[in-house]
Design a protein around this ligand. Structure first.
Ligand SMILES: Nc1ncnc2c1ncn2[C@@H]1O[C@H](COP(=O)(O)OP(=O)(O)O)[C@@H](O)[C@H]1O
Ligand SMILES: [Mg+2]
Length: 371
């Protein structure tokens, strides 16, 4: 069991990563933290293994305050899976997986035997002798999961582990995690920005909003049936009731101006704000962050693809996806040729969705027989 009690994190530069998080991830369950980029999901996760030291409140693992634990020892009892799998490129798959048992004090031979067992569990035994670069993205993520399982830790922290793989493989990985969990019954804290993934995987789901605040914590069916406010309603509803809302044109979405820069000049100076790097054909190539590093764009919002049959492109859903998956907190919009058009704000999309929902309510009311 993982308990967050009034957990606050203020970073050295004054940024509030978490305001006052209180929630309990029950033993043997998958607890999902979901919310837009920057809402404090990763920070929450890292307070558990003390990769982030909190500034107020406390975090308890099976009743024990993690602040009192030795960090190295604490981490040996916690599996950790991250988005890019984090595999060592110069170690074969089997040795990557054996890393954790070796750290735990097993001999190399015992550790390899353990690694082989876990690889079999995730169906990767044939890949044991390969190098990470020889695997697909989905296979690398499975090795990442295998490595976390190899330590036999009762607690797993998973930070957007499936976000970088394509949608089909992603569903396979989700199924596999559910299958493994049915056998293993770990206490899993899982972070994602994708509400569909949260609802599929979570026994309980915590919806977070920017500023490190918890909006609602409930089992998925309750979240869907009784969202506590418009933010949660918009967030959980985006792929369900709203699919019908053809009368909310995505064309009503306001595009905002983002700072841009030619990609070739990307390295000349650290920007004050998140800046889109454009290639020679005006197509977005990457974000340049205020940290001076290049970051993935996240999913793009295609503005002028209004083909009703296309799923995501040109729709409010596509726009919201772009905003939520972007590290900058704002999504990048492109035209049908992939050229930069502007930025999208999640708040604008949610406001449009709300407007649609109000209309839907007023349409539904005359037929409502309740008094
Ligand atoms: N080391 C840091 N220093 C300053 N601010 C940080 C640091 N790490 C994260 N933040 C900020 O804390 C907030 C929450 O970040 P994070 O937990 O990474 O969000 P998420 O995982 O939900 O995208 C963001 O505003 C982020 O910019
Ligand atoms: Mg994160």
């Amino acid at each position: 069991m993982i308990e967050f009690r009034d957990v606050g994190k203020r970073f050295a530069d004054g940024t509030v990563g978490l305001e006052s998080l209180t929630l309990t991830a029950r033993a043997g369950e998958i607890t999902v933290l979901v919310g837009p980029s920057g809402c404090g999901k990763t920070t929450s996760l890292r307070t558990v293994n003390r990769m982030v030291e909190i500034t107020s409140g406390s975090v308890h693992l099976d009743g024990r305050d993690v602040a009192a634990a030795d960090p190295a020892e604490l981490r040996r009892g916690i599996g950790y899976v991250i988005q890019q799998a984090g595999l060592f490129p110069h170690r074969r798959v089997i040795d990557n997986v054996a890393t954790v048992p070796v750290l735990q004090g097993l001999s190399r031979r015992e550790a390899r035997a353990r690694a082989a067992e876990v690889l079999e569990r995730v169906g990767l035994e044939a890949f044991a002798q390969r190098w990470p670069a020889q695997l697909s993205g989905g296979q690398q993520q499975r090795v990442g999961v295998a490595r976390a399982l190899a330590g036999d830790a009762p607690v797993l922290l998973m930070d957007e582990p499936f976000s970088a793989v394509d949608p089909v493989v992603r569903v396979e990985l989700q199924d596999e995690l559910l299958r493994l969990q049915a056998d293993l019954g770990k206490t899993i804290l899982f972070v994602t920005h994708d509400i569909d993934e949260a609802i599929r995987l979570g026994d309980r789901v915590a919806v977070m909003r920017v500023g490190g605040r918890l909006a609602q914590f409930a089992p998925p069916d309750e979240l869907l049936a009784a969202p506590v406010d418009d933010f949660v309603a918009g967030f959980v509803g985006r792929d369900r009731g709203y699919r019908r809302l053809g009368f909310v044109p995505a064309t009503a979405l306001r595009l905002v101006d983002l700072p841009t820069r030619a990609d070739a000049n990307g390295s000349s100076g650290v920007p004050e704000e998140w800046t889109v790097l454009l290639d020679g054909a005006e197509r977005p190539a990457a974000w340049l962050g205020p940290d001076g590093a290049r970051h993935d764009l996240g999913s793009l919002y295609v503005t002028d693809d209004h083909d009703a049959a296309s799923d995501g492109a040109g729709t409010l859903r596509g726009a919201l996806d772009a905003a939520l998956s972007s590290p900058a907190g704002r999504g990048v919009a492109v035209d049908g040729q992939g050229r930069y058009r502007g930025g999208v704000e999640a708040d604008d999309v949610l406001a449009l969705l709300d407007r649609g929902r109000e209309t839907e309510r007023s349409v539904a009311r005359p037929g409502d027989t309740r008094r």
